[in-house]
Design a binder for this molecule. Structure first.
Ligand code: F6R
Length: 357
């Protein structure tokens, strides 16, 4: 039930800190160590490459998961859109492991791939929010997202849950293979939850930003680099689906190779800046669009911030930044949809779970 909340989407965004805490609890033992089932551990220990297969928001979470798996666990990881992968399977490695990301566990495009993968004799792990769902039953193993029911069509808490669970998997693989770990995951996730609380307590600020940048526009860009570029794809998807604004998520450096032609006086460009490695580059990209008249909104993070940024997020490990900087874009999409009089929880043309291919 949505209780006192105006919309399920708002309630579900608000639940994200609790979901992260729930995930920590479910995936650690009494000594605070990550604990996965023997079945999951065996599956991943046999793999030489991971193929993440998913659609929509789950695919966008997979893009973040790929970076975490490669950087922490050192295992090559590819991310594929289900509806493409099933019909155009790339050349596979010798011991592939398929990871299906699906909030509902019922998405037909993803299931079609799972059926094909099993036919070929490969192993599959499903990460889903719904125990007993089709993708969970038909895969060899399941890791649950523990996010609680997600009712709003626009997925929010499942995205952050998927990233957290993928990070836990990456850390477990790293531990098993003796990799050096750059930071302790579980305490950092706990800190992420606290920071999420603080962001959700400042919702009105994002309502203001949505008014200022998105209320009356017909198009917008989200730009970022590296992990921020992946979050930009999710920001653009949220804005498209609930506020019907044409939105593109773009790697900042790629704009000048074509799409910058779309920037004109007043075009809103929302920049996500959390990665120290590319801070200067993305700041340069913001200058390029501002020089062409764009109305730039900068959401940055402590450590890479400039004084005049529109919002400065508290610092977290850059690898986990997507868990934090997706919140402002979810909130801005929500408030933009409200300001434009859209039906936030039930956007036109969309269904919560897509059971046709
Ligand atoms: C977007 C959204 C969809 C789903 C996609 C996959 O907000 O909800 O893009 O992410 O249809 O659904 P699942 O994760 O249930 O397989």
């Amino acid at each position: 039930e949505k209780g006192t909340y105006a919309h399920y989407m708002l309630k579900e965004m608000d639940e994200q800190p609790a979901v992260i805490r729930n995930i920590i609890q479910h995936y650690q033992n009494e000594n605070g160590e990550i604990e996965l089932t023997e079945g999951v551990r065996e599956l991943v220990s046999e793999a030489d490459r991971i193929y993440i297969v998913a659609c929509g928001t789950s695919y966008n979470a997979g893009l973040v998961g790929k970076d975490i798996l490669e950087r922490i666990a050192g295992i090559p990881t590819e991310v594929h859109v289900s509806s493409e992968f099933g019909y155009n399977m790339p050349l596979l490695s010798e011991r592939p492991l398929f990871v299906f990301l699906s909030q509902s566990g019922e998405t037909a495009d993803s299931r079609a791939v799972l059926v094909e993968v099993k036919k070929r004799g490969y192993k599959a792990l499903t990460m889903t929010n719904v125990p007993g769902s089709t993708l969970s039953r038909e895969a060899n193993e399941t890791m649950l997202l523990h996010a609680g029911p997600e009712i709003a069509v626009a997925s929010t808490k499942a995205y952050t849950a998927q990233i957290a669970v993928l990070a836990i998997l990456a850390y477990d693989i790293a531990r098993a293979t003796g990799k050096e770990l750059p930071f302790d995951l579980m305490p950092e996730l706990a800190r992420v939850a606290t920071i999420m609380d603080s962001i959700m307590a400042q919702k009105e600020l994002f309502e203001d930003l949505a008014e200022r940048y998105l209320k009356t526009t017909s198009n917008t860009f989200f730009i970022g680099r590296g992990l921020d570029a992946s979050v930009c794809l999710e920001g653009a998807l949220k804005v498209k689906e609930i506020s019907y604004i044409q939105a593109e998520g773009y790697p900042g450096g790629e704009l000048k190779h074509g799409s910058i032609a779309l920037i004109e006086g007043g075009t809103p460009v929302i920049a996500l800046i959390s990665q120290p490695k590319t801070n200067l580059n993305i700041r340069g990209n913001v200058k390029e669009v501002v020089a062409r008249g764009a109305n730039a909104c900068i959401i940055s993070m402590q450590g890479v911030e400039h004084e005049n940024d529109d919002f400065i997020l508290p610092h977290v490990e850059p690898l986990l930044a997507p868990l934090i900087n997706v919140l402002p874009v979810q909130l801005m999409a929500y408030y933009a949809a409200l300001a434009r009089g859209c039906d936030v929880d039930k956007p036109r043309n969309l269904a919560k779970s897509v059971t046709v291919e």
